[in-house]
Design a protein around this ligand. Structure first.
Ligand code: PGA
Length: 230
């Protein structure tokens, strides 16, 4: 899954050197980032003109917090490739004016011409980014509440479960659906049921990822376990 995902990104950047990539965090894409660093080290991909926008960030975590998505991106990718600092965009979880930050983030995406390729994971509850079940599909970048399930899963990465933020800043489903192309990744058996439901089941707000059935250009890359019900 990771190799195929990295290849798709590589092809995107070869076709358009100033591609706007929408990036995701979590356990799913770590292998993909590792592959990208390897491809970069072989001189096969150049990030110099690439623009990146991350999907989300925990509300209240400063960029240097060990569990922040800022830190994740540095440690998994940005520290090892030639992406330019000014081309990296991640919502600021500690912005003074969150509403202004969310509006600014959304506008920045369109200032760069919109997202060419958006990488997505899926939560076992069907969320995409921090758009939890029941989310409004008309939402753009904003501050949202994290579900208890999402907080419980995140707790494994925090020293103390009470430290897991209760809110996040996230691109909305509308923002995600505006991406020209989407690459959905899932691995492991705990993703099998929800991936099947999202892609083959009814299109419903209770399964935010089911919105992807309405997008014209989605590529789905699953490992054997996540794809076991298809
Ligand atoms: P994971 O999270 O990659 O850590 O499984 C995916 C998600 O919850 O969106």
């Amino acid at each position: 899954m990771s190799c195929e995902a990295a290849r798709i990104i590589d092809r995107q950047v070869l076709a358009k050197e100033d591609s706007v990539l929408g990036l995701s965090t979590g356990d799913t894409p770590t292998g993909m980032y590792k592959e990208l660093v390897q491809i970069y080290n072989c001189g096969l991909i150049d990030f110099f003109k690439v623009i990146t926008f991350n999907l989300d960030e925990y509300y209240g975590l400063p960029p240097d917090h060990p569990q922040s998505y800022h830190r994740y991106m540095r440690e998994k990718l940005f520290n090892y490739v030639n992406v330019q600092e000014g081309n990296i965009h991640i919502p600021d979880g500690v912005a003074k004016d969150i509403e202004e930050e969310c509006g600014r983030y959304e506008e920045e995406i369109y200032r760069y011409g919109g997202i060419d390729l958006q990488i997505l994971g899926i939560g076992p509850n069907g969320h995409i980014a921090f758009n939890e079940p029941g989310s409004d599909w008309g939402m753009i970048t904003g501050l949202v509440k994290l579900s208890e399930e999402t907080r419980r899963r995140a707790a494994t990465h925090f020293r103390d479960p009470a430290e897991v933020p209760t809110q996040g800043i996230t691109m909305g489903i509308k923002t995600i659906m505006k991406a020209r192309k989407i690459l959905l990744l899932a691995s492991g058996k705990d993703k099998a049921k929800i991936t099947f439901e999202a892609l083959k089941g009814p299109i419903t707000k209770q399964v935010p990822a089911s919105t992807l059935q309405l997008h014209p250009r989605v590529t789905i890359v699953l490992d054997k376990e996540a794809g076991s019900l298809f």
